[in-house]
Design a protein around this ligand. Structure first.
Ligand SMILES: [Zn+2]
Length: 362
């Protein structure tokens, strides 16, 4: 008997991955240990806000992990509407939240709009996407006493590849070496990287036997830290350096989504401005380009006064944008605000696609 779990991946094509019950148990055990490591114990009340259904493993995984820890499980899931979510939080007062960042940000924005806070939440674990500094700030406002940690570096095929201790920075993960063998490889020169040298992450799972995972390429970049971690854990620390698909090409150079975020970070949670956003780039029929930055807001009218400043910041941060507008290569260059929760979410993962690049040949 086996579970079938799908992975969307950057290709967008769903695949089904068989996992035996035994393998699933090992996966959950490793994940539960990672959460225990951060101090979660049986006294905790854990709100599981992961996405359920669609063969997606995260909600089921949450259930298994919480069960293994012996904590109280609140199986809320990501499909619960916001009013009910607040009702459940008022009633059960969770101390730990498991969620994807897109939902966390939306939840925090709605709470701030209502002037509500949940100081009893002491730990928030997120998974599935990156939580930017902007987003972190907003979440911190609604959950002022919560420590915010990545649930781990995981994939449905490989299971947990990294967990965080209390000394790990936002992109640092201990590798569970009795579960995974992770190499950093330089494919241009066809050689393994040295310690501290950036390269592509290549994973071999040591427990998976139904479909062995051997030297699996996830398209992620990273390097091993030279120094041992101060927490005393002997497992080495992997520093993740972003995923493919997070940057776009513009005028021959690369623009990082972190550069876009930086341009409105000062305004996040002012006058309703959210950290949830989306960039859409397209080719117009006349061959020119359009660039639209859409940001969610709980107060669209009030947010509008920052439009020009955000545009100016974009021009300063990415001078090619300014040039493009000046020479009329970029015909449409807009910053727009839309209602909270209105950016399209992927129904399977609950994530907002930060970048929609419709240009041909990109
Ligand atoms: Zn550590």
């Amino acid at each position: 008997m086996s579970y079938s779990l799908s992975t969307g991946g950057t290709s967008g094509i769903a695949r089904f991955v068989p996992v035996t019950h035994r393998e699933w148990d090992v996966f959950s055990e490793v994940q539960a240990n990672a959460l225990k490591n951060l101090g979660v114990n049986k006294k905790d009340i854990v709100a599981n806000l992961f996405v359920a259904g669609y063969f997606w493993p995260s909600f089921l995984g949450g259930h298994e992990i919480i069960k293994k820890i012996g904590a109280v499980h609140l199986p809320v899931s990501a499909i619960t509407d916001i009013e009910k979510l607040i009702y459940f939080f008022d009633l059960f007062k969770p101390t730990v939240i498991l969620s994807v960042p897109s939902l966390l940000i939306y939840f925090a924005d709605e709470l701030l709009k209502k002037g509500k806070k949940y100081p009893e939440v002491r730990l928030i674990q997120f998974a599935g996407e990156h939580l930017s500094e902007n987003a972190s700030k907003v979440v911190k406002k609604a959950f002022p006493d919560a420590e915010i940690k990545a649930a781990g570096y995981t994939s449905a095929d490989c299971g947990l590849m990294g967990y965080q201790c209390n000394h790990c920075g936002p992109i640092e993960y201990h590798v569970p070496t009795d579960f995974q063998f992770i190499e950093i490889y330089n494919f241009d020169e066809n050689r393994p990287c040295k310690e501290g040298e950036l390269g592509e992450i290549v994973v071999t799972n040591l427990k998976r036997t139904s479909i062995p995972i051997i030297r699996y390429r996830l398209g992620d970049l990273g390097y091993y830290k030279k120094k041992k971690c101060r927490c005393g854990d002997k497992n080495p620390v992997l520093v993740l350096k972003g995923r493919s698909g997070e940057d776009f090409k513009f005028g021959g150079s690369y623009v990082g989504m972190n550069q876009i975020e930086k341009c409105f970070s000062d305004f996040v949670s002012k006058d309703g401005i959210s950290a949830n956003y989306q960039v859409e780039i397209d080719n117009l029929e006349n061959g020119k380009t359009s660039f639209i930055l859409r940001i969610e807001s709980s107060n669209i009218e009030a947010s509008k006064k920052y439009k020009n400043e955000i545009k100016e910041n974009l021009f300063k941060e990415i001078p090619l944008f300014k040039e493009g507008v000046d020479i009329d290569f970029i015909e449409v260059f807009k910053v727009e605000f839309i209602k909270l929760g209105e950016l399209p979410r992927n129904p399977v993962t609950g994530k907002i696609k930060r970048l929609i690049d419709k240009r041909v040949g990109n």
